[in-house]
Write a protein that binds this ligand. Sequence first.
Ligand code: DAH
Length: 340
Amino acid sequence: MIDKINQLVGLIEEFAPRTAAEVEEFRIKILGKKGELNAIMEEFKKVAPEMKRELGQRINQLKNLAQERIAELKNNLAQSASAVSSVEDMSRPGSCGTLGSRHPISIVRNEICDIFSRLGYTVAEGPEIEDDWHVFSALNFPPEHPARDMQDTFFIEKNPDILLRTHTSSIQVRTMERQRPPIRVVCPGRVFRNEAISYRAHCIFHQVEGLYIDENVSFADLKQSILYFAKEMFGEKATIRLRPSYFPFTEPSAEVDVSCNLCGGKGCNVCKGTGWLEIMGCGMVDPNVLEANGIDSNKYSGFAFGMGVERIAMLKFGVKDLRLYFENDVRFLRQFDSAL
Ligand code: DAH
């Protein structure tokens, strides 16, 4: 009986079929009702009790080997069959990979830049790792300003300070360094702030900064440019209002609200019943900033504005939790395909 088992093991190991039919035939021969294994089992019944233990184990091993080998051979043949057929049939339609979609933040950033490019703005970019001069000093931040504190800013090195930019206003400075007025740029980019992550704040987000410098630029120009932007972004019915505010780099400064596009200004839970949503900061460039960057503030004036891309995207798409933009869950991202 042992010899018979060994012989079958050898047979199974050497078996090299070319077709699935051969495998099936082999399966019936070994594992079928009238197959070799059942024949052995019949014989096993007559074996002396002291031999049963060892022989039983060998028979089990044989059975497992046969089952595994047959499954493996079937699988191999099925795989090579599909590989062959896909190569052979050149007329089959190609398999189409799933197309990705643009990230909603990219969609909105591009749209902001497009809107201002229609007003003659070009796009400028700058480094994410910055020095104190470009992020704070050249923008008229007083030495004791809280943004210069570790609690608000990620510092990489101290004295001299190297840090992650907290706003894209730093690109204003870099633009004024390289270019003489007239200047008209929008500056998109990623910014970093030492903030706890929640549904409305993140330590990494995106801004678009705008800067316009020329002779006789007035606050009325600023207001009209922003109104144009709001209508292009949120629809013809959109209106804006400006509230007085403070930024070190602009004087006067204002915060811009747009009429809530969800309730049409009547008041809802998104606009907290006010009918207005805050979208950006802006103002006339402080003469100190022009002078710090070598521009004659008696001859030139200008305005600047800065907005958060996530915030605009939340308002535009009705997204209530900002963290969704960073998780890259395809079920969320897929919804913006059509917004392209
Ligand atoms: N840099 C400001 C911030 O990050 C936004 C801003 C406000 C930019 C007013 C401006 C401006 O250019 O004039 O909060």
